[in-house]
Design a protein around this ligand. Structure first.
Ligand code: FEO
Length: 174
């Protein structure tokens, strides 16, 4: 077994955190769908799929290193949001939390001189930077538009999605 017990346990917890983030984004997507904001709903549904994929990356890494996968209980996500800004701000806080979690796992991998784990985790370090930046930007746009003008945010999100198809790597093309 290439992975230490401590790192294995930390990654198992992170599988739970990533699945938890995925469920939170499904709940937020449904909130937006209920408000008739289908572009925002689609954006958060995609984000939910990405978080699920993040969980599966950890699953595969643990398998590859001969560890044991043990998926923890996933807490229920929040499903009530007063405003769009509330939902997006909750998402931003979640991304900041995940960033701290990834950093803690990286710190453990550094302490253990586990270079394979550091290499694996580097992808998540870059991904978190991008996700925090994108969510922070979306929150600014939502706040600037205001709750009465969320149709503008819908147009912005739709435009970002089409740019992401045209230019992979563009902002919003996670
Ligand atoms: Fe996988 Fe957005 O954290």
């Amino acid at each position: 077994m290439m992975i230490s017990e401590a790192l294995n346990a930390a990654m198992n917890r992170q599988i739970g955190n990533e699945f938890g983030a995925s469920l939170q984004y499904v709940a937020i997507a449904s909130h937006f769908a209920g408000e008739g904001l289908m572009q925002l709903a689609a954006r958060f549904r995609e984000q939910a799929t990405e978080e699920r994929d993040h969980a599966l990356r950890f699953v595969k890494y643990i398998e590859d290193t001969g560890g044991g996968v043990a998926i923890p209980a996933i807490p229920a996500p929040r499903s009530e949001f007063a405003t769009a800004a509330d939902a997006v701000s909750h998402s931003l806080e979640q991304e900041k939390l995940v960033t701290r979690q990834i950093n803690e796992i990286m710190a453990l991998a550094v302490e253990e001189k586990d270079f394979a784990a550091q290499n694996f985790l580097n992808w998540f370090v870059s991904e978190q930077l991008e996700e925090v930046a994108n969510m922070d930007n979306l929150l600014k746009v939502v706040r600037r538009a205001g709750e009465q003008n969320l149709v503008y945010v819908e147009a912005y999100v739709a435009n970002q999605a089409s740019r992401a198809v045209a230019e992979p790597g563009a902002a919003g093309a996670e």
